[in-house]
Design a protein around this ligand. Structure first.
Ligand code: BGC
Length: 416
């Protein structure tokens, strides 16, 4: 029996057993709009269609989901929430605290989610001891993506240290290439910042500054150095970086116009969609200085409280499909992320996926697993947005590194 067929049956059985009488539909708000992301959405839409559930699409572009969350707030305020919403970390907790999310406990108990979803994810999928979201993946932000032909042309090996990394970018720039493909949007600046904080300060500093929001850490000399590294990166982006979408930056690496991109592993989805293979036409490695650690984010689907019985059934069928082992493989191969379950064999995954799975488990074991600030897993949305503002203002030359560190202290204090 094929994977799809098995899934079809399990979703179908769920629909039947709950007495499906009318056509079921889910309206899904998400920010998966790039080529690779759209392909991943397609796997979910097709899986649900096989179970008789229609997908109504509500895409709102923008990594990190800030724009999607603004649209969501407006929809809920108007009394018309979507049935299912892609959500990250602390946003899930905020909506659960408002009592807006459906309780998934019965399904979770029936399917044993508690035994297979990693604890770091459960911290966000559950609120007050109850399941309120179904995780579909684990992404991480401390990756570099590279075009292997460009590396070979420049005579470069994989950089092993920050200095090596800078020297490699210098070689690309000297050869007339864009050294670092980047899009100047606040969430993309923040995505690189995650790795600079970890790379300069290490896990304890990441915890103190990004998670505990310790003013001494936020305003420290270490933080000044973090901003100085951001300035180094700024020196390697091209003149047209401002406002560029992340997937267009990935395309620069794919096309051989740029050497590296620092981005979460959703970038892998673009390489895969372009027909490239990890370890052959492209490669991935951890941002030098962050090896042994993983700054993660997990896309989860939260189901908003709706009164219509058929919509509720569709929500449960969707949550069930999202966490099924077969679907976790199908989806994550396309998305670039790794499964949100610990019981999935990695043999179907490519080199980057296998590294991602192994490193996630190792980091969790060794105390090196931390929520990504850029993607809503280190602190609340209001603190995150305050950090975004300082990071972006600095990246665009409004503050020097010392001022930026001082501004972090003030902005975070005001946002709490
Ligand atoms: C999400 C990813 C998404 C990326 C870029 C992140 O916040 O977790 O699923 O691909 O943004 O849109």
């Amino acid at each position: 029996m094929t994977m799809m067929r098995k899934l079809h049956l399990s979703v179908g059985v769920l629909a039947l057993s709950s007495g499906m009488a009318t056509a079921q539909e889910v309206e899904v708000l998400h920010w998966w709009t790039s080529g690779g992301e759209a392909a991943a959405v397609g796997t979910l839409r097709d899986t649900l269609a096989e179970g008789g559930i229609t997908w109504q699409d509500m895409p709102v572009a923008g990594g990190g989901g800030s724009d999607a969350m603004t649209v969501l707030r407006a929809r809920v305020t108007a009394g018309n929430p979507p049935t299912a919403v892609q959500m990250l970390g602390f946003s899930i907790q905020d909506w659960a605290a408002e009592g807006a999310l459906a309780n998934l406990d019965d399904l979770a108990a029936e399917q044993g989610w508690g035994d297979v979803v990693p604890e770091a994810l459960q911290a966000f999928s559950t609120y007050d001891g109850s399941w309120v979201a179904a995780p579909v993946n684990v992404h991480s932000t401390n990756w570099v993506w590279a075009n292997t032909a460009v590396m070979a042309d420049l005579g470069l090996e994989q950089p092993e240290s920050w200095d090596d990394f800078v020297a490699a970018m210098q070689a690309a720039q000297d050869a007339g290439l864009t050294a670092l493909a980047h899009g100047g949007q606040a969430w993309q600046d923040a995505t690189m910042f995650d790795s600079m904080v970890m790379g300069v300060g290490g896990p304890e500093f990441y915890q103190a500054s990004m998670v505990d929001l310790d003013p001494d850490a936020l305003g420290s000399d270490t933080m000044v150095e973090v901003f100085q590294r951001m300035e180094t990166l700024r020196g390697f982006v091209d003149d047209n970086f401002s406002g560029r979408d992340w997937n267009l930056a990935t395309a620069m690496v794919i096309n051989g116009d740029a050497l590296f991109q620092i981005m979460g592993d959703w970038a892998k989805g673009e390489f895969v969609a372009a027909g490239m293979t990890a370890g052959e036409e492209f490669t991935c490695f951890r941002v030098p200085g962050t090896e042994g650690t993983v700054t993660f984010n997990s896309d989860q689907f939260a189901m908003f409280n709706v009164s219509d019985a058929s919509a509720q059934e569709a929500q449960m069928a969707m949550a069930s499909a999202v966490l099924s082992p077969e679907f976790q493989v199908t989806f994550n191969l396309v998305k670039g992320s790794v499964p949100a379950r610990t019981d999935i064999d990695s043999s179907d995954f490519d080199m980057c996926g296998q590294m991602g799975m192994a490193q996630l488990a190792e980091a969790a074991e060794a105390g090196g697993l931390f929520g990504s600030m850029a993607h809503g897993h280190a602190n609340t949305p209001s603190v995150q947005n305050a950090m975004y503002d300082v990071i972006t203002a600095h990246f665009n030359g409004e503050f020097d590194a010392e001022t930026a560190a001082a501004e972090m202290v003030t902005a975070v204090e005001l946002a709490q």
